[in-house]
Design a protein around this ligand. Structure first.
Ligand code: 5GP
Ligand code: ZN
Length: 116
């Protein structure tokens, strides 16, 4: 593939099919798969195929991929029955809880959130 990837990146390996994941949707620019440790009844990660370390870097470097990421978020939310009520979370940096340094959004739903 011509999409920039990083060989020691877990999400690049999932994108490549080297590591399995439960995919729920995909497009030419992004893929969506279930979080291995769900924090809500619906917890799907939406991930650009392009390797960038966080969502800000993706927005700066590849705005078309950012737009495609959000298009896939909408598709996932509809498929998962949470189109009317969901959260989209992007963590940037370790202190914010980022553990995988390949940009991704968490799509969370299927419950009532009471805290920010
Ligand atoms: P972050 O903390 O970086 O925002 O989110 C990383 C997410 O990736 C976590 O919610 C974690 O549960 C999830 N995760 C980590 N390793 C794997 C894996 O091997 N497969 C899947 N499907 N999710 C993973
Ligand atoms: Zn990566």
């Amino acid at each position: 593939t011509a999409t920039p990837q990083q060989d020691d990146c877990l999400f690049c390996k999932i994108i490549n099919g080297e590591i399995p994941a439960e995919r729920v949707a995909e497009s030419d620019r992004a893929i969506a798969f279930r979080d291995i440790n769900p924090a809500a009844p619906v917890h799907v990660l939406v991930v650009p195929r392009r390797h960038e370390p966080n969502i800000g870097a993706l927005a700066a470097t590849a705005p078309d991929d950012l737009a495609a990421l959000f298009a896939l978020v909408t598709e996932v939310a509809e498929k998962e029955g949470v189109a009317e009520h969901h959260r989209i979370v992007f963590n940037t940096g370790t202190e914010a809880g980022q553990t995988i340094f390949h940009a991704h959004g968490h799509v969370l739903g299927g419950t009532t959130f009471t805290e920010r």
